[in-house]
Write a protein that binds this ligand. Structure first.
Ligand code: ARG
Length: 266
């Protein structure tokens, strides 16, 4: 199965940092809204330029994190899984998408599960990797496996800076992944090493300050990366990936970057 060609984004009209549910969200750091809009638009236009079909939804007032639309649902060729957000402040986002996808919904989480923030595809092998420990509960995965009729490689997250799997694991193509080593339990690290023959170890400082791991491989070749993740950009170029660089400074203030500001749709 190739990478999906359709991408969903939520515009940042109501984006803001209004509460703190992860270590990045510092209430004294104000979002520059004009800059945030321009940064989002750059990424959106780059998807269009890469030939992706982009579907834009208007943000909802009172849901300042809705721009991070990777989290409230997960897209699978069989249908849509609806998340149960770990924090009350984001609960209405998953309700919104349950309504939006209606009959396409095949699973509704009844315990914490944060969609494509914690459940990631290896699109080229169609394997699924599920992170747990902070936002998603380990116990949800057997239920999702049953609903999908597909097994999930489960990975334990142990560092609160990497609270979603998409902050510390970036699957680039069938056999290449970038990881933050300190984010995983020893057992999970061993699993990752057995699954990917080429592992890029992300610089810890870059991974933390620029969410380097929250990059997106759009087709196994072209990778969208945060502009300050310089070491990672070098590592990618050395492997012949095509690197597209974006400034996500305003979204880093909320603990998000490129990967979580979209959701690829089958
Ligand atoms: N402020 C959001 C939260 O804490 C950021 C989500 C970022 N998403 C991600 N998949 N890393 O929920």
């Amino acid at each position: 199965m190739p990478f999906p060609k359709k991408i969903l984004m939520v515009d940042p009209s109501y984006y803001n940092v209004e509460y703190s549910i992860n270590p990045f969200m510092q209430m004294n750091e104000k979002v520059d809204h004009e800059k945030a809009y321009a940064q989002w638009e750059m990424i959106k236009n780059a998807y269009l330029a890469q030939g992706l079909e982009v579907e834009i939804l208007t943000g909802v007032e009172g849901l300042p994190d809705m721009v991070f639309c990777a989290n409230p649902f997960f897209s699978h060729p069989n249908g849509i899984l609806i998340s149960q957000m770990r924090f009350e402040q984001r609960a209405k986002e998953s309700e919104f998408f349950a309504n939006y996808f209606k009959e396409k919904v095949i699973f509704q989480a009844k315990e914490s599960f944060e969609g494509n923030g914690d459940l990631l595809w290896n699109y080229e092998t169609m394997e699924l990797f599920g992170g747990f420990g902070f936002r998603t509960k380990e116990t949800i995965y057997p239920l999702i496996e049953k609903a999908l009729g597909q097994s999930i490689v489960q990975l334990e997250l142990i560092s609160e800076d990497y609270y979603h799997l998409d902050t510390c694991l970036c699957i680039l193509n069938a056999h290449t992944a970038a990881i933050v080593e300190s984010a995983f339990s020893a057992e999970s690290l061993a699993i990752l090493k057995s699954k990917f023959s080429d592992i890029i170890y992300l610089d810890e400082r870059e991974a933390k300050t620029s969410l380097a791991g929250n990059a997106l491989s759009i087709d196994g070749r072209c990778v969208f990366v945060e502009k300050n993740a310089l070491e990672f950009q070098k590592q990618l170029s050395a492997r012949d990936f095509k690197v597209c660089v974006f400034d996500t400074s305003e979204y880093l203030k909320s603990g998000g970057s490129i990967f979580c500001m979209k959701n690829l749709i089958f």
